[in-house]
Design a protein around this ligand. Structure first.
Ligand SMILES: NC(=O)c1ccc[n+]([C@@H]2O[C@H](COP(=O)([O-])OP(=O)(O)OC[C@H]3O[C@@H](n4cnc5c(N)ncnc54)[C@H](OP(=O)(O)O)[C@@H]3O)[C@@H](O)[C@H]2O)c1
Length: 313
């Protein structure tokens, strides 16, 4: 059995060592451009279109992330970019859900306890009490309650915040009010104090964080985007922050990464920027998950995380 790897940074050694340990029955090789040899499984992150196009040797392609926009977008370059009938399998948590819950909970608590305002006061040398928010009024909405969003929503509910979740199909999560579909979007958004975006990037969700959506939230609401930069209309956010409709935003992802030095977000103190670190791919966890799935596939068992290519996630 052969497992073929592609990672854009070319740092293969730790991956090859990890697979040798977790899946000793496999030979692990790197993809060598057009000289690539046939393999049974591909393990990739943002591969070039030539890697998978027209291949008939692969039994499954494993994506080294939860988001599959980077691999599905290859179809824009060539309609046959993905091997026909071969399952694309994404990472399913693999240590990311806990990281996301930490990042988002930290951001929500920072706004709830007005630490953003106290940080600004410290910069101005001001010692002043600010009236606290009421927990019961501090409703947080999580857009996308799949693997990561469910974990985030549960963590926030654990702090006693009223939490709403929005998904494409109905989902029941204990302690979280569920909304779904286009019809559920307005009631989900209406009056939220914090909006968290953890949707996959698809044609339906691109640019979803825009002026019309911001207007539905409570005046001075906060926005946390940990999904993809293309979800956010950046000019709309900047205008909404400057108008006071949005009180602040915590952004981990951007349309262009790294965020260009001249980007106006750097100069806006109410926008908090992190360099796409809210949930890192953890090598050991990812290799263990993929090795387990390869073994399950070889035993003819079903696996979780198979992407619906038409749906886009
Ligand atoms: N910043 C980072 O470091 C980082 C790291 C990892 C992942 N991410 C991002 O996080 C995203 C989510 O990951 P995940 O593992 O939680 O994905 P997931 O398990 O597939 O969950 C996606 C959720 O979004 C919902 N959804 C999809 N399209 C929708 C639509 N049009 N309207 C309403 N709801 C919709 C789904 O609804 P259903 O439940 O009805 O299917 C599901 O609840 C990834 O796609 C990736 O872009 C970012």
């Amino acid at each position: 059995m052969k497992v073929q790897l592609y990672v854009p940074d070319g740092r293969y050694d730790p991956w090859i060592e990890g697979f040798a340990e977790a899946l000793p029955e496999a030979e692990c090789v790197t993809w060598e451009g057009s000289r690539g040899e046939p393999a049974d499984y591909a393990v990739v992150w943002r591969p070039p279109v030539e890697m998978l196009r027209g291949r008939t040797d692969l039994k499954a392609v494993f994506n080294l992330g939860a988001g599959v926009d980077g691999i599905l977008r290859l179809r824009d370059e060539a309609p046959d970019a993905l091997p026909a009938g071969v399952p694309i399998v994404r990472l399913d948590d693999a240590g990311m859900a806990a990281q996301m819950a930490e990042y988002v909970t930290h951001a929500v608590l920072r706004y709830f306890r007005k630490l953003d305002a106290y940080e600004a006061q410290q910069r101005a040398g001001t010692w002043k009490f600010l009236k606290p928010h009421r927990r019961a009024d501090f409703t947080v909405g999580v857009m996308g309650v799949g693997t990561l969003g469910t974990h985030i929503a549960r963590a926030l509910a654990g702090f006693g915040f009223p939490v709403r979740g929005w998904s494409r199909t109905a989902r029941a999560i204990e302690g979280v009010s569920g909304f779904y579909g286009d019809a559920g979007q307005s009631p989900f958004l209406d009056g939220l104090r914090v909006l968290v975006n953890v949707l996959p990037l698809t044609p339906q969700t691109e640019n979803i964080l825009n002026a019309g959506l911001f207007a539905r939230l409570a005046q001075g609401a906060y926005v946390i985007n940990v999904a993809r930069g293309q979800h956010l209309v950046e000019e709309d956010l900047l205008a909404a922050v400057q108008a006071g409709q949005i009180g602040g935003a915590t952004l981990d992802v951007f349309r262009t990464e790294p965020l260009p030095a001249e980007h106006p977000f750097w100069q806006e103190p109410r926008i908090t920027i992190t360099p796409h670190i809210s949930a890192l791919t953890l090598r050991e966890d990812s290799i263990a998950q993929i090795a387990g799935k390869i073994r399950a596939l070889r035993a003819g068992q079903p696996i979780a995380g198979v992407v619906d290519v038409q749906r886009g996630y």
